[in-house]
Write a protein that binds this ligand. Sequence first.
Ligand code: NAG
Ligand code: NAG
Ligand code: NAG
Ligand code: NAG
Length: 373
Amino acid sequence: MKALTCQLQALPTLLFALSSTFLFLLVAWPKSEFSEKNPLMLKLCSNPQSSPNSAQEQNLNVPEFEWEAVLEQGKEASSLALQSPAPSAATTHHPLEVIYSKGYKFRLNEPDKCQERPPFLVLFVITEPQDIARRKAIRQTWGNESSVPGVSILRIFLTGVHPLFGSLLQPLLEEESSIYRDIIQQDFLDTYNNLTLKTLMGMEWVTKFCPNVPYVMKADSDIFLNVEYLVSQLLQPHLPPKKNYMTGYIYRNTKPIRDKAYKWYVPWEVYPNDTYPPYCGGPGYVLSGDLAKKIYQVAQTIKVINMEDSFMGICLHELGISVTDSPRGLFNVYKITYEKCQFSKLIVVHHYGPEELLQIWPSFQDQNKTCTS
Ligand SMILES: *[C@@H]1O[C@H](CO)[C@@H](O)[C@H](O)[C@H]1NC(C)=O
Ligand SMILES: *[C@@H]1O[C@H](CO)[C@@H](O)[C@H](O)[C@H]1NC(C)=O
Ligand SMILES: *[C@@H]1O[C@H](CO)[C@@H](O)[C@H](O)[C@H]1NC(C)=O
Ligand SMILES: *[C@@H]1O[C@H](CO)[C@@H](O)[C@H](O)[C@H]1NC(C)=O
């Protein structure tokens, strides 16, 4: 609130009125419409989660991504959003290097949730501060904590600070958080190149506030997720929890993108090796709680890179732990057209937005009656 007050005093009223309108549009307007209409909005709202998260999924016709312009905007915005001097201005970090040396502070937290109702699975969902509609749709569909009878699931949305409208969006986010108590936020800028920080925030949260949880899932907000099938097929609550376990759609022998034209550009200075260790594709992967703690610890000791899913693989490599293969077809990083009985026997499908999720959900909930096993 302090930041908001400062801004009100410092900026002319007209500018504030304009940005309030803009903020309203940002929250209320579906992203696709923005993107088509306004190239600036394309950049502001370019949604890391709705784009392929992994370099391997890229389409070779991707238009040039103006990461330099985005970085400039981020830099200008950071003092506005965080009211703190840009720390790395005088140092020699590459602009895409992910700064994780001193960690980040929680702005929103749920420190007691896990003690109140110890979960079997913590479901972390990556969202941006303005993704109100996405969070709403996810709460009503696969993020419903009561979706698996007898299994305690804890849903937590992870966010950072919007690079331009951080202080304007904060009161909305705080209100949403006070109603649902399912949002955690740290004080880093919520940009595509900082995505790894969101996952690490989740790992930190497990380490500090939920150390005994058997399993953790990281999900993007633009997926279809079948939690019941995940629990029955892979996690199996009747068995002792697995250790050092991480599974999903596994990429092997992939290389960092060295071309600045791509959104997935990884500079040599940030990651020098020619290949990545095996890793699980970003849209949705699962790990054991013990491994979440080990990843959090090892991340303090190595260089954090801007591709969050590849970075999890790098952490596993450092820890000397391998990813675990799952039966084929359970995790899908490409879109599959909805079909009720097919979707009852898989776990993740990428590229499902809020409208489509809400549309298919009633049919999906019917699966038990009509799909034979
Ligand atoms: C979650 O699922 C339960 C049980 O199926 C249902 O009663 C409840 O209304 C659902 N909650 C939401 C927010 O949709
Ligand atoms: C990541 O967040 C930090 C802390 O807010 C910020 O200084 C940095 O500019 C951000 N990096 C990118 C690439 O947006
Ligand atoms: C990177 O390459 C070095 C030298 O070959 C190797 O020691 C190291 O384990 C590699 N790191 C990863 C993450 O693959
Ligand atoms: C679906 O059916 C199976 C077996 O008939 C049952 O064990 C399971 O609890 C049902 N799931 C739901 C969500 O009703």
